[in-house]
Design a protein around this ligand. Structure first.
Ligand SMILES: NC(=O)C1=CN([C@@H]2O[C@H](COP(=O)(O)OP(=O)(O)OC[C@H]3O[C@@H](n4cnc5c(N)ncnc54)[C@H](OP(=O)(O)O)[C@@H]3O)[C@@H](O)[C@H]2O)[C@@H](O)CC1
Ligand SMILES: Nc1ncnc2c1ncn2[C@@H]1O[C@H](COP(=O)(O)OP(=O)(O)O)[C@@H](O)[C@H]1O
Ligand SMILES: [K+]
Length: 505
C-alpha cells in the first residue's frame, strides 16, 4: 500500500483509464465506497446529508454519492460552490444522470432564493466535494470563508478523497481547510495526509480500492510504502525469525554500546534495555571507569567494559571487534573524545548504528562519514537531519521526502528521519525505497524514546537481520509498542521511555 503525491495519483488514474477502465467506472467505485461508509455509520434513512460540490471531478464524485444516497432513500441536498463555466465533463455527466433520474432533484448554490436557507439548515452529515487532488493554488478569501463556515456547522464531516484546502502532496493548507472527521480516499493514500496539518484535518482515513491497475506503480519514483499495523503483522516474520530452542546466548548476537566520558548515561541505559528486550543475547557497554558502578546497578544483565581516558582508541578497537554490532550516539556529548570515538568507529569494518550526539558530530564534518568503512544506518530526528543537511529545520521539515531521498543517496546510507510519521529510506545498490511509518502515537514524544528505538534497531542487527530490515522493523516495532500502551484516556500522556521498553514484546 502506498501514499502518492497528487501528481502520481493523477498518473495512476490516467494509467488505469488508459488500460481500458472507463473513468466513470472508477467514479462509481469511489462513490460506492463512500456511500457504504455512510450507510454503516448512519443506517437511518432519515439522516439529513449536505453534499457541497466544486466544478471538478471531486464535485462529480459528490454528485455520484448524492445519486446513490437519493436512490437509497436518504434526505440529500447538493450545494454548488464552483465555477459554472469550468465544470468538468464528469460533472456534467453526473448531473445529467441525477436530473434525469429524479425530476425533483435541484442543485443549490446557483443563485436561487433558497440557497442561504438550504446552507444554514442543520445536517447530520456534511460531505465535502469541493476540491480533491486537482487543487493546485491558493483559492482566496471567498472560498476560505465558505469552508470556514462549513467547519462551524454541526454534523459529521466527511471529505471526499482529501479535505478541500489541503495540498495533497505537501500537507500545506491553501488559505483554509475543511476539517474532516472522516476522509474517504480513493486508490491510495495521498502524501499530504501525513505531513503538516494533514493528519489532523483528515480525521479518520478510510482507503477505498477503486480498481487502480497495479502495474502502473512500477514507473512511479516518488511513492511511499506505508508501514502500518497490517504490514507489520503480515511481514514481521522477515525480521523476527523463530527463536531456536537449541540455543545459548551467543546464538542471538551481541550488541556493543559506546558511552562517552561526559555522557548522559540514561540514554545508553534505555538503549541497552531495549536491546535486551528485543532479544539479543548479550549487551556490552563500553564506558569510562567512573561509570561502571552506575551501569552495573541499572542493568545487571549488561557486561560493562571500562576504559581509562589515556587508552581509548586501543580499548575501543578491541571492544568494537568483540561484538556483532555497535551503537554510538545516545547520550554522547560533542567533545573531543566523542569526536575521536565516532571517527574511529567509522573507520572500522563493523556494523554500526549512529544516533543522536554522534550524528551531530558527523554533521560538523561529513568527510569521515563519506569515507567510512563501517556498514551503518543512521537515525536522525528532524533537527539532527537539518544539521546533517546544513539547512534550516523548517525548510527540512516542509520537504522531508526530498531531503531524505537526496541525503540517503548521496551518502549511500539507509536511514530513518524520525518525527510523528517517520520516513525511512532503504538503499539496495542503486535501488531506493521510501517508507512512511504510521505506527506510534504522541506518547512517544517523551525524552528517551529515540534511545529505545536505537537499541531496538541494534538488537535486530545483532540477531542476524540485514541492516535494512532491522531499521524498518525496528521503527515499526517501536511504534507498535507505543500503540499497545495506548489503551486509556490518559495513556499517551503518561507514557515514558521505560514503559516503551517494557512494551516492545
Ligand atoms: N480522474 C479519475 O478518473 C478519478 C478522479 N476522482 C476524483 O477526482 C478528483 C480530482 O478531480 P479534478 O482533477 O477534476 O480536480 P478537483 O480536485 O475536483 O478540482 C477542480 C478544479 O479546480 C481548479 N482549481 C484548483 N485549484 C483551485 C483554486 N485554488 N481555486 C479555484 N479553482 C481551483 C482546477 O482546475 P483549473 O482551474 O486549474 O483548470 C481543478 O481541476 C480526485 O480528488 C477524486 O475525488 C475519483 O472519482 C476517482 C477517479
Ligand atoms: N507525536 C509523535 N507521534 C508518533 N511518534 C513520535 C511522536 N513524537 C516522537 N515520536 C517518535 O519518538 C521517537 C523520538 O526520538 P528522539 O526525537 O530521538 O527522542 P529522544 O532524543 O528524546 O530519545 C522517534 O522514534 C519519533 O518518531
Ligand atoms: K474534498
Amino acid at each position: 500500500m502506498y501514499a502518492l503525491t497528487a501528481k502520481a495519483m493523477r498518473y495512476m488514474d490516467e494509467y488505469t483509464i488508459g488500460k481500458g477502465i472507463p473513468s466513470a467506472v472508477l467514479m462509481e467505485n469511489a462513490a460506492g465506497g463512500l456511500v457504504s461508509e455512510i450507510i454503516s455509520r448512519f443506517p437511518d434513512k432519515d439522516t439529513e446529508v449536505l453534499i457541497v460540490v466544486g466544478h471538478g471531478n471531486n464535485g462529480a464524485d459528490g454528485l455520484c454519492v448524492a445519486r446513490w444516497l437519493i436512490q437509497l432513500g436518504y434526505v440529500v441536498n447538493v450545494y454548488f460552490v464552483g465555477d459554472r463555466g469550468k465544470v468538468s465533463q464528469a460533472f456534467t455527466d453526473q448531473l445529467r444522470i441525477l436530473t434525469s433520474m429524479s425530476k425533483s432533484f435541484r442543485m443549490y448554490g446557483l443563485g436561487s432564493r433558497d440557497d442561504l436557507k438550504i446552507l444554514q439548515q442543520r445536517y447530520d452529515v456534511i460531505v465535502d466535494g469541493i476540491f480533491g487532488i486537482g487543487l493546485n493554488r491558493r483559492f482566496g478569501a471567498n472560498f476560505a470563508k465558505f469552508i470556514e463556515y462549513l467547519n462551524t456547522k454541526s454534523g459529521f464531516k466527511i471529505a471526499i478523497d482529501i479535505p478541500s484546502g489541503l495540498n495533497g502532496t505537501t500537507g500545506g493548507i491553501m488559505d483554509a481547510v475543511f476539517k474532516a472527521d472522516l476522509t474517504v480516499t480513493f486508490g491510495n493514500y495521498k502524501t499530504g495526509m501525513f505531513f503538516g496539518e494533514g493528519r489532523v484535518v483528515s480525521g479518520e482515513v478510510k482507503l477505498i480500492d477503486i480498481g487502480i491497475i497495479k502495474s502502473g506503480y512500477s514507473t512511479i519514483d516518488d511513492k511511499l510504502f506505508i508501514c502500518d499495523k497490517k504490514f507489520l503483522d503480515d511481514t514481521r516474520h522477515l525480521a523476527l525469525v523463530p527463536r531456536e530452542e537449541r540455543s545459548h546466548k551467543g546464538t542471538f548476537g551481541s550488541v556493543g554500546i559506546v558511552v562517552g566520558p561526559n555522557a548522559m548515561m540514561g540514554a545508553s541505559m534505555l538503549a541497552a534495555k531495549a536491546a535486551y528486550r528485543c532479544g539479543c543475547g548479550l549487551v556490552k557497554i563500553f564506558c569510562p571507569n567512573k561509570y561502571v558502578g552506575y551501569f552495573n546497578v541499572a542493568i545487571p544483565e549488561a557486561v560493562v567494559v571500562p576504559y581509562k581516558n589515556d587508552d581509548i582508541t586501543g580499548a575501543m578497537t578491541e571492544f568494537a571487534s568483540s561484538v556483532d554490532v555497535v551503537l554510538v550516539g545516545p547520550g554522547l556529548k560533542e567533545d573531543s573524545t566523542g569526536r575521536i570515538l565516532v571517527k574511529q568507529l567509522l573507520a572500522m569494518e563493523i556494523k554500526l548504528v549512529i544516533d543522536a550526539g554522534a550524528l551531530n558530530i558527523i554533521a560538523r564534518n561529513l568527510k569521515p562519514f563519506r569515507k567510512r568503512r563501517a556498514s551503518c544506518v543512521i537515525t536522525p530526528h528532524v533537527g539532527e537531519m537539518a544539521k546533517l543537511c546544513d539547512e534550516d529545520i523548517k525548510v527540512v521539515d516542509k520537504n522531508k521526502v526530498g531531503f531524505i531521498k537526496k541525503f540517503s543517496q548521496h551518502y549511500n546510507v539507509s536511514m530513518v528521519v524520525k518525527s510523528d510519521v517517520s520516513l525511512i529510506s532503504l538503499l539496495n545498490g542503486n535501488d531506493q525505497r521510501l517508507f512512511l511509518n504510521t505506527l506510534g502515537n504522541s506518547g512517544l514524544a517523551t525524552a528517551g524514546s529515540g534511545d529505545v528505538l536505537a537499541g531496538t534497531i541494534t538488537s535486530l542487527i545483532a540477531q542476524g537481520n540485514s541492516l535494512n530490515n532491522s531499521l524498518i522493523y525496528g521503527v515499526m516495532i517501536h511504534g507498535n509498542a507505543a500503540d499497545k500502551l495506548d489503551t486509556g484516556e490518559d495513556a499517551r500522556r503518561k507514557m515514558m521511555a521505560s514503559d516503551i521498553v517494557d512494551s516492545l514484546f
